[in-house]
Ligand binder design. Sequence first.
Ligand code: DGL
Length: 275
Amino acid sequence: MSRTKGPIGVFDSGYGGLTILKEIRKRLPQYSYLYLGDNARAPYGTRSFDVVYRFTLEAVSALFDMGCPLVILACNTASAKALRTIQQKNLPDMPQGLRALGVIRPTAEAIGQLSSSGHIGVLGTEGTVNSRSYDMEVAKLNPGFKVNSKACPMWVPLVENNEATAPGADYFVNKYIDELLDMDSRIDTIVLACTHYPILFPKIRAAVPDHIKVVTQGEIVADSLADYLLRHPEMESRIDKNGDCRYLTTENPDKFTGLASVFLNEPVSVSHIDL
Ligand code: DGL
């Protein structure tokens, strides 16, 4: 096992994982991070299982090769379609001690504490919804809960194209929220199960009746990572503690820098990577 320290890798299909990274850095500022956005090939949400798996494996392998001992798949679609196969099939053939974690399990764990009615709404990409990953994880942890899922295929393109705050976004925000709430009048908690969606949060919150909670994943994933590192000191000791953060994109770095700085409210320095 390598004794060299490295940053925590954070992977998303594009900008969405920045909403997770932001909360992780707030919670665990002492660690170093390396973010990789596969913006050139986003969105992943409408792609097949095989393609999402192949793209995700390429990204995770690149982060491992660059010295990350631990990679967070800060993307529900990649967590739903690729994480299990990577953990079971690929990691055993890689250098010992490398780990990949996703965002679905920690979110499903948190849901149990958040809903009183046990009627949940899950908004995600087509890939996440069709994988039924949330239905399965929630059923394991909270038997008796009813999960209603709705795919929102227009939301990621709105975010990736910097249209999240534009008036035109309102139509698609209201459309998917209305369709979800029509499925089950007892929903008391809606999970934004796509890391891009918090960027639409003000519009989503305005479209959802006040008595329904709207849950984002950033803090949940950050708490779960903090807990994981406490329980795994052998991994914690391998993480770089310089508190820095670097960004990689498969797209044009200038394009990424502009939008990422808006999402993170701070300037970022970005390099290009080919996968
Ligand atoms: N942000 C990703 C997620 O959490 C997927 C967006 C996409 O590429 O479709 O599912």
